[in-house]
Design a protein around this ligand. Sequence first.
Ligand code: ADP
Length: 412
Amino acid sequence: MKILVLNSGSSSQKCALYEIADSISDHPPAPLWQGKVEWSERDSKIELRNAQGAALSTSIPLESPARALECLLDALSHGDVRGVSSLSEIAVVGHRFVHGGSEFRAPTRISASILESLRRFAVFAPLHNQAELEGVEIIARHLEGVPQIAVFDTAFHSQMPPASYVYPGPHEWLERGIRRYGFHGINHQYCSERTVQLLDRNLASLRIVTCHLGSGCSLAAIRDGHSVDTTMGFTPLEGLMMSTRSGSIDPGILTYLMRQKCSPDELDEALNTKSGLLGISGISGDMRDIVSAMKQGNERARLAFEIFVHRLRREIGAMISMLGGIDALVFTAGIGENSVEVRAAACENLSYTGLKLDGEKNAPSADDHEISASDSAVRVLVIHAQEEWAIARECWRLLSSTSGNRVSATVS
Ligand code: ADP
């Protein structure tokens, strides 16, 4: 079964094509085809690659983000870097949806009524959900009748207990949908399942803390295969310090600034795009630049790194206490997968758990690998995020469970 996965962001559109036959392989396979468009005020860059080794990287004129997806669909079936001879080979399309509200707790086949419900949540994550909804409409036009499945970043956290998801504000907030939802769930779930494979243990026996540290950062405390707590909340702004997002701050700062005539849009911009590593260092939101400037003696870069690590340690501690202990600590996403410095600093204060890092194993690697010492009481793993593959798997699982594993390209 050929599965096309769409991952729509505020400034990028990623697509990947996978083929899954009778069962899901333990190791994430290379996609048959991958395409990505990134747009900025200046230009739009398109990158394509297929399983035969053909690749293309170029700039394209782009009138709208919707055109990005149309360009990718065209490239998928035409030209030297195509992935299929015809779009009719595609059996199902999986969409990453950042927000599923409290309604969507599992991957869901999209129908007209589901689409209506999804539109309601667009107000909670306007930058993402708009692009995601447009993606569904474009696919319906280009691949008429092909099933489309929404896979949600919030779903993995949907079993958090009320004590974790209800904000201690007025109770009526809850009735208005103002509660903690959590995000990055597709990758937190993938990492928990991959941990089970790598450690050859039963999911039910493991207390896992997953650290998704990319440009957005969040932790999840995972027990019995479910997230019982996470650091992001109503929006992806709560919790850890991030690349350009502040993470949690005293809400009193916001009311203070509003009284100083700061508008909601100015606050939004400050908290989302002018804070975090960039806001403190004044040079960059990229951890590579922060570490390199810090090594050259830049004091604001050092402060940015120290705040990042301080908050990371504090939140890891909170997740451990929610689980009543820890069996495995997982680092994932851009910073988690690559920054030896952040991993070492995050683990430094965890010796009380019996965790021992192996300095030599804590090195860059393209593979998922263990970085704890052989006598460490806590296993520490680096797992590469595979969001598109994780979505493809969920689509396969859903269709297999509803059609006895026999899905043809014409199912609508
Ligand atoms: P996103 O969160 O945007 O999906 P990623 O998970 O790829 O993206 O994370 C991007 C971030 O990863 C970059 O902003 C950068 O800070 C960090 N990063 C990437 N490579 C490295 C590296 N070698 N060392 C430290 N940080 C890195």
